[in-house]
Design a protein around this ligand. Sequence first.
Ligand code: 5AD
Ligand code: SF4
Length: 466
Amino acid sequence: MTLEDKTSNLATNAAAASQAPQKSVFVKTFGCQMNVYDSERMSEALANDGYTATDDIAAADLVILNTCHIREKAAEKVYSDLGRIRQIKLAREKRGRSTVVAVTGCVAQAEGAEITARQSAVDLVIGPQSYHRLPDLIRRVEKSGERIVETEFPSEDKFKSLPGRAPPMRNPSAFLTVQEGCDKFCTFCVVPYTRGVEFSRPVAEIEAEARRLADLGARELTLLGQNVNAYHGIGPDGRPHSLASLIYQLSRIDGIVRLRYMTSHPRDMSDDLIEAHADTGKLMPFLHLPVQSGSNRILAAMNRKHTAAEYIGIIARVRRRRPDIALSSDFIVGFPGETDADFEQTLELVRAVTFAQAYSFKYSSRPGTPAANHEAQIPEEVKTERLTRLQELLDRQQSAFNAQSIGSVVPVLFERPGRRPGQLIGRSPYLQLVHAEAGSEMIGEIKEVTIRSATQLSLGGVIQAA
Ligand code: 5AD
Ligand code: SF4
């Protein structure tokens, strides 16, 4: 998953906003795409209560940090941001302006009342399963001045309790969460604790949201879930449907021309999903399939439930059905007990598979997870050295993958303005970033682009004359 922090603005629901007093909200999103999706849904719910977006934190009546707990650094960043926010809140108080500060997401879930105890500026702590209650809880805070910590897993359905998707769409490529939580319990990972057990949304509910997003201008949907290929939502026939079945269903929506999904587990890479890559034109040739390590010993200690050979076997099956598929993965180096020989096996696996892109991390001990108590923690400098070596290899593979595109013509879905005026940024089917000279009217269009240049991180090209 992408790890940049994103500051997201919210959608303005002008009709609703006109009935309520105008207030502004600043939302900062940390972590994965699922948090980006959650921030959008929270923002849309708040728009109904008269909130408009601001990029200026000092002007905001409400500040939301939607947080990530996956690695220690991500959680620590939240506390350092809260320190700065406290200063802003105090400065606003001096000017007679109140500010509600809310912490949502996985740090909220994991730390709960610890956050309000550690940081006096925080009024509200809400876990990822309760953010549909945000508008009500904010009203309670404003009315009574109480500080609220809400980290239960509520009995009502969050998705059903949220208002429908609202304009404006900011990007023709939209996220749609179809599955949440995880039952895999990898020994390093907090997700089963912060996001709870695996839950799949019903097919009809997802289809309705997908159609709404298409009406609002979405051309591409990325179906999200911590374990998205374990999807087993109930269909209109009352039976559980697989991710492949959901993809076939959504590919019938005219306005949606591209489908992606993320993140998958090797154990759930079923034959029907592999088949869908071969025979659904709208399903893009890209697969993010975390492997974490190339050593069977470490994979077993991680409770990954697959071996390196099984992973390579899955990739071979996918490539047989979709030879051009671009592969992506997640890696952890320095898991407790990882020897030089284990790490060499990770490098070997990378050489055997060849990835188009990948994310790699130093193992980060997370309180409450089984691996945190492991005696054989790896020294920081060893982790750093291994990460550098792994990333050099992965970067070379990514550069080589992109360089292969030079001279080819690829369909690019243009998403947003580029840094230079007159330039747009879009994505190839293989999720590569592509820059090209194009007017803003082309945002949301798919154009054939001749690729002229490539770097490790992006491609440059020229739109073919019609
Ligand atoms: N330390 C380092 N990386 C981790 N990830 C998850 N938990 C940890 C941890 N404790 C990585 C895994 C996962 C990705 C989302 O984050 O590679 O696939
Ligand atoms: Fe975490 Fe493992 Fe579940 Fe992925 S599969 S969310 S790494 S426990």
